[in-house]
Design a protein around this ligand. Structure first.
Ligand code: ASP
Ligand code: MG
Length: 448
């Protein structure tokens, strides 16, 4: 049975400073279904913390980074007096942060501890802003319920353990109060702090919503919903009023920056509707993501993801042979490399990898290439962009015709279509990709 609760999530720009926090607090004040609030670190803080974990910084640089983080908190604190319970926790957390920042080298576990401070600090301040508006609010440490494995930096949530912990520690509190907790952070089975990967607060909100069986998730950010393409690129891009879970998942995966790609998983698994709107302009509407209700067909959006790598693996042995693909994918999975697109011909296979995702371990990538080269000829191409058309029933004849006309203007390196009726993807040279997206948007989405 689902509850009537709504989980509200406020991103970094929404809690960047005091006026922004106040706008968010008013949203909660006006909506008494919101019982659980997930906050990000104030904008800029996590970037400073990431630099602190990178060990390139010398002592004076580290001190400057600590000061920069403290200055962001102080600017908000100038407008607030913390209640004793919050003040005590806030000071303690700040002290922990400062002492960790003094260490010249951090273990992977300590890196996650470091990254957690942004959300831990902002949640104290936001709780006070809510209290000042008369909302009966308390702060809650997300690490008590959001249980994960110990893959520091990009931990995988344990759904069952999270639901159990929420049942005993969190749900009873929601009956009486609005609970403010942190996005992005969790804890492993030993209680050590973990993080879900950059931008992971959206994912936290969805996981917690699932754990408390919420009815909806409101993601408050700095745009009025999910757009038909990046509005910075196409001035005529428009917000999409409704998307299905499948379409939204494809959009997040293929480059729409609004939501963390994993967010839709828990929501769609548990049938929780997701709203995306702007905390600056809550009346302006936004995008609702729900189970497919309408039969809206056609292309809804075009996205792009830059920095793709194309690997072409060629082997005469593949001709009529079995097991070639299995060998390739076994090696890729040994190196934890995730593949996006795949196309095959009689003696070769082409696959794309996301450079941003895989480049943190270039030495492994090299070793992986060597392994692959033992049984096939490998070519690597860089500077490519994956352009994705997202929608429903894209295979319909009419769309294909229009699409082929538009695409015929460009040099397409690879096309992938057929595995899902919600996307059609292709690779183009990075230097042309903005233009490709603009043309597609103009010809296929603006006339509709
Ligand atoms: N603060 C984290 C980040 O900047 C998580 C988030 O905001 O979603 O990546
Ligand atoms: Mg975000």
């Amino acid at each position: 049975m689902s509850s009537q609760y709504t989980v509200a999530k406020f991103g970094g720009t929404s809690v960047a400073n005091y006026p922004a926090m106040l706008r968010c607090a008013q949203i909660i004040h006006n909506d008494n279904q919101v019982r659980l609030v997930t906050v990000s670190a104030s904008a800029g803080v996590t970037n400073h913390l990431v630099t602190l974990t990178q060990q390139k910084a010398n002592e004076s640089q580290r001190l400057a980074l600590v000061e920069a983080v403290v200055a962001i908190q102080d600017a908000i604190l100038q407008q607030l007096t913390l209640d004793t319970d919050l003040a005590k926790g806030f000071e303690q957390t700040l002290d922990e942060f400062k002492s960790l920042a003094l260490l010249p080298a951090l273990s992977t576990q300590q890196c996650d501890e470091m990254l957690s401070f942004g959300e831990r600090l902002s949640s104290f301040l936001f709780t006070q802003v809510l209290r000042n508006l008369g909302v009966n609010a308390d702060r809650f440490d997300a690490r008590k319920v959001l249980k994960t494995d110990n893959r520091f930096g990009k931990a995988t949530p344990d759904i069952v353990a999270t639901a159990e912990a929420a049942q005993s520690h969190l749900i009873p509190l929601l009956e009486r109060k609005v609970i403010v907790t942190q996005g992005f952070i969790g804890s492993d089975p030993y209680g050590q702090t973990t993080t879900l990967g950059r931008g992971g607060s959206d994912y936290s909100a969805a996981l917690l919503a699932e754990a408390i069986k919420a009815q909806s998730i409101h993601i408050w950010t700095d745009v009025v919903g999910i757009f038909s393409t990046d509005p910075r690129l196409c001035s005529k891009a428009t917000p999409i009023a409704r998307l299905s879970f499948d379409e939204a998942a494809e959009m997040a995966t293929f480059g729409a920056k609004v939501l963390h790609p994993a967010t839709i998983l828990p929501a769609s698994r548990s049938g929780i509707a997701v709203f995306v709107g702007s905390s600056r302009d809550p009346q302006a509407g936004g995008t609702w993501i729900e189970r497919e209700k309408s039969n809206l067909q056609g292309i809804r959006a075009v996205t792009q993801r830059k920095n793709q790598i194309l690997l072409t693996l060629k082997s005469p042995e593949m001709l009529l042979a079995s097991g070639f693909l299995a060998r390739i994918f076994t090696i890729l999975s040994e190196y934890n490399i995730s593949v996006d697109l795949v196309t095959t011909s009689e003696i070769s296979v082409a696959i794309t990898l996301d450079n941003a995702q895989n480049s943190s371990r270039p030495e492994l990538d090299q070793a992986c290439l060597e392994q692959l080269s033992k049984f096939c000829h490998v070519t690597v191409e860089n500077n490519l962009t994956l352009v994705a058309l997202i929608g429903s029933q894209i295979q319909l004849k009419q769309h294909q015709m229009n699409l082929m006309q538009v695409l015929s203007d460009f040099n397409i390196r690879l096309i992938c279509h057929g595995a899902s009726k919600h996307n059609l993807c292709f690779l183009v040279e990075q230097s042309h990709s903005d233009h490709v997206v603009q043309s597609i948007h103009a010809q296929l989405l603006e006339s509709a």
